[in-house]
Design a protein around this ligand. Structure first.
Ligand SMILES: Cc1cc2nc3c(=O)[nH]c(=O)nc-3n(C[C@H](O)[C@H](O)[C@H](O)COP(=O)(O)OP(=O)(O)OC[C@H]3O[C@@H](n4cnc5c(N)ncnc54)[C@H](O)[C@@H]3O)c2cc1C
Length: 405
């Protein structure tokens, strides 16, 4: 492995205009990091990665590298691109527990961060690095957001997230677990208690329902509820999954690892939301895919579909009349998520769009002065790197706002 990583580093052409860096949503300084790595300056390379993106170690594992750094490497045009993500993973993992927090004078200002997913963690770390006191509030009992409660363990080990808990102690970031903002505590209470700014990184945690009969039956579940703690569920051998996005792929692969024998995913059309990579992994794990099935209702026996009729361009042009009752011990709905509305309901002036996503300006400021937001709660379900990049911009905007005050 070590030789492989060094070989990969040696293959980098150190392009003057690094396309890999352009392809990275958070502009990771890839050639520079590789240069430092080759010069055996491991900690310097780690520092550069972390400073640019405090979520670097997660991104090295869960980003869609084919679409980003590797997909843009010039070597990939005629051959094999540099696997920068493997180099990044090695460096960021080695650096994570050895981060030396540089002493910084505290400026006496306090920031509240709601949500400890990648957006909240990124904003907190950047603010703490600049001398702000940070308190994170999260309605879960552990930090990480979807890194912990969404992405399955076999793709991302929870032990990495636990290491961030130690890092938060190093940065003197306070954490209030099991504390939902928008219930007993509101954003107004935070300003009352002396926080100068508030960052919202609450993600999208309300599973979308289909509004069909049978959704509340005992053997019907929502995908993200299942992924939060698969051990609490008894699915049986035959599992039907409604939806074919990336979350549905994780649900399928998790169910197969927890005793399900036959897992089938159903989609209405042939155009699906999941990446090819995720779909292929699910197929390798044994999941099956059925297209052209429009769900009508769910019975205790399983989902009931109408079967689509396709034209020669694979467009749905109608449905057969006969209903198709599929037999499944459990049915799991994985058709996307929306934000919960607790903060909008309890904060005067905080506005969302028609999907309930928070409205912000280009610097992440919401419609409430001093309240910033980033990540999935602004754009809907996206990626770890997108959440980190936006949260980084919002954190700098928060600091500029506080300096002016
Ligand atoms: C199953 C699954 C697989 C995924 N796989 C990938 C992948 O492979 N690669 C990738 O890049 N992305 C992936 N994603 C997407 C990625 O996880 C999210 O885009 C990212 O986590 C968003 O970060 P965030 O900080 O905005 O929100 P989240 O990670 O959702 O964190 C929000 C946090 O806020 C807390 N919270 C919510 N409301 C409140 C409140 N009122 N008060 C206090 N706390 C609150 C939540 O409990 C949570 O801890 C996946 C998502 C899922 C669901």
């Amino acid at each position: 492995m070590a030789l492989h990583i060094m070989n990969e580093a040696n293959r980098c052409l150190q392009c003057k205009v690094p396309m890999c860096q352009k392809g990275c949503p958070i502009s990771t300084p890839i050639p520079d990091v590789i240069k430092k790595f080759k010069e055996k300056k491991l900690m310097e390379a780690g520092k550069e990665l972390f400073k640019n993106n405090p979520m670097s170690v997660f991104c090295s594992i869960v980003c869609d590298h084919q679409e980003q750094c590797a997909g843009h490497c010039v070597l990939g045009r005629k051959g094999t691109p540099v696997s920068f993500f493997a180099i990044e993973r090695f460096i960021s993992d080695a650096y994570l527990d050895r981060i030396k927090v540089e002493p910084v004078e505290k400026n006496g200002k306090r920031c509240a961060v709601i949500g400890s997913g990648p957006a909240g963690l990124t904003a907190s770390i950047i603010l703490a690095m600049h001398g702000y006191d940070v308190t994170i509030f999260d309605d879960n009992n552990e930090i990480g957001g979807m890194l912990r409660y969404g992405i399955p363990e076999f793709r991302l080990s929870k032990t990495i997230i636990d290491r961030y808990k130690k890092l938060m102690d190093k940065f003197d970031i306070q954490f209030r677990p099991n504390t939902t903002l928008g219930e007993a505590l509101t954003i107004d209470n935070l300003f009352r208690d002396g926080y100068s700014t508030v960052f919202i990184g609450t993600g999208v945690w309300r599973p979308k329902n289909l509004g069909i009969e049978g959704e509340s039956l005992a053997n019907v579940h929502f995908g993200i509820s299942y992924l939060a703690n698969p051990n609490s569920f008894t699915l049986g051998e035959n599992v039907a999954i409604i939806g074919m996005g990336n979350v549905a792929m994780d649900v399928a692969r998790t169910a197969l690892r927890h005793g399900a024998q036959n897992v089938t995913l159903y989609a209405r059309s042939k155009r699906i939301a999941a990446s090819e990579n995720e779909m292929e992994y699910a197929r390798l794990d044994g999941a099956e895919f059925v297209f052209g099935k429009q769900i009508e209702k769910i019975t205790e026996q399983g989902p009931v579909f109408k079967t689509a009729i396709f034209d020669e361009n694979d467009k749905v042009i109608g449905y057969e009349e006969e209903l198709d009752q599929v037999h499944a011990d459990s049915t799991i709905l994985a058709v996307s998520q929306a934000p919960k509305n607790k903060l909008i309901m309890t904060t005067a002036g905080l506005e969302g769009n028609e999907r309930g996503l928070l409205i912000t300006d280009e610097n992440g400021m919401t419609t409430c002065p001093g309240v910033f937001a980033a990540g999935d709660v602004v754009h809907g379900s996206r990626t770890v790197v997108a959440a980190a990049e936006e949260a980084k911009r919002a954190a700098y905007a928060m600091m500029a706002y506080m300096e002016k005050q």
